[in-house]
Design a protein around this ligand. Structure first.
Ligand SMILES: *Cc1c(COP(=O)(O)O)cnc(C)c1O
Length: 422
């Protein structure tokens, strides 16, 4: 179980897909299998008491129980290291498990998290309600205002948190500028990068210390399974973290990784299953080709719809009309994801439009192979009060699209015929 350091045959020099596809097995397969076996087992046996004692030591090169680690899950983690350049990766049962385990590792009573309020619904609820009951404060800031971000930080701030592109607002924070402030104050930058995959976004270059991802989205290879990942780039010094500073004996590991692997992760128990790890490892191998087509179609649809008479606004971060174009061009090498939104003149128009769609499906989720549309205000954010919706910046005349692998022409025609009936 390699917890840190990229393996010796790290092939960062090779291209993105080659690195993922060429990721070596930790141990050679006895039958020479090309695909990594699915180790569908809860536990592992040992030849002697001494051997099992040794295996239970943290960081030992052996598996004991699949809640803690499993070879199939570990293989996916190695592939994610190759994809991202992260020093350490831990797979989780879901994106929410990645987010909650990260904050349970670094936040404690009396500390605070500085964050954008424009967040995925469950993330907002976790920070604002779940953590609040354990005495952790969340300080919402406008991430476009660097002074506001800086002013919100004090000696009890344990993290800055934001989503790479906010959903459904499509804002992009200037991570490099924020990173300078955070590094000067020794506060880690935690980013949810679910919206843009590693082939277009280099988190380490942008100053991200800890990255959380819902692998349910692009990585799963077509909505095959729920999963998440926590990535540590090894760039933050945890000595001043109120929770981790007293941690002893991390065996040379980052204190974050040690606390997460040796305590929080196994106590919370939101582990990824070996079957899911197998599906997601397959998905990761085809991610770059799928993503390139999705991102290209997304840009073309968003720009085509900008001038449509029935559309009030088409939102995508790399459109010339977006205030985030400059930052997006710096952050994203191959497009700003496969999500865009349309504002129509009213909620009623959104409903009429959605009901007329023939190819595009009405569903939540992102980055399936199938194109999906949803009205966020009445669904994902439906359970929040009007005031909360206001804080979260949720408007009722907006439709969110997640663009799949159908052709641009078919998708444009479907949207066009549905807009005609509005
Ligand atoms: C979907 C999503 C999550 C939650 O992931 P799950 O795998 O559904 O738990 C978190 N953040 C963002 C940006 C998402 O899109």
């Amino acid at each position: 179980m390699k917890l840190e350091e990229n393996s010796e045959d790290d092939c960062r020099e090779a291209s993105f897909s080659t690195r993922i596809i060429s990721t070596k097995f930790a141990k050679p397969d006895v039958y020479g299998a090309i695909g990594h076996p699915i180790y569908r087992t809860a536990a592992f046996e040992f030849a002697s008491s001494e051997a099992i004692e040794e295996a239970f030591k943290f960081g030992a090169d052996a598996y004991t129980y699949s809640r803690i680690t499993n070879p199939s899950v570990n293989h996916l983690e190695e592939k994610i290291k190759q994809a991202s350049g992260a020093k350490s990766v831990m797979s989780m049962a879901s994106g929410m498990a990645a987010i909650s385990n990260t904050f349970l590792t670094i936040a404690r009573m009396g500390t605070n998290i500085v964050a954008s309020p424009h967040l995925f619904g469950n993330t907002f609820s976790f920070l604002k309600f779940t953590l609040a009951e354990f005495g952790v404060e969340v300080r919402f800031v406008n991430t476009d205002n660097l002074q506001e971000v800086e002013n919100a930080i004090d000696e009890n701030t344990c993290a800055f948190f934001a989503e790479l592109i906010t959903n459904p607002h499509m804002e992009v924070a200037d991570l490099s500028a924020i990173s300078k402030i955070l590094r000067s104050k020794n506060v880690p930058m935690v980013i949810d990068s679910t919206i843009v995959p590693w082939c277009s976004f280099d988190a380490r270059k942008a100053g991200v210390d800890i990255e959380v991802v819902s692998t349910t989205k692009y990585v799963s290879g077509g909505a095959t399974s729920i999963g998440g990942a926590i990535l540590d780039y090894g760039t933050h010094n945890w000595e001043n973290n109120k929770k981790l500073e007293k941690l002893n004996n991390p065996q040379g590991l980052s204190k974050f990784v040690f606390k997460l692997r040796a305590e929080i992760g196994r106590n919370v128990g939101a582990c990824m299953s070996p079957d899911t790890a197998h599906l997601q490892a397959m998905g990761l191998e085809t991610l770059e080709v799928r993503y390139n087509k999705m991102a290209d179609t997304t840009y073309r649809l968003a720009s085509y719809l900008e001038d449509h008479p029935k559309v009030v606004k088409s939102n995508y971060p790399t459109l010339a009309s977006s205030p985030y174009k400059k930052i997006s061009d710096q952050l994203f090498s191959m497009g700003a994801g496969a999500m865009f939104t349309l504002s129509l003149d009213s909620k009623l128009s959104c409903y009429k439009f959605m009901n007329e769609l023939k190819i595009i499906r009405r569903a939540t989720n992102l980055f399936d192979n199938k194109t999906l549309a949803i009205h966020p205000e009445s669904t994902i954010y439906g359970s929040f009060s009007p005031e909360m919706k206001k804080t979260m910046g949720i408007e009722d005349n907006l439709i969110r699209f997640s663009v799949g692998l159908e052709s641009f022409d078919d998708l444009r025609n479907d949207i066009e015929q549905a807009l005609l009936k509005v």
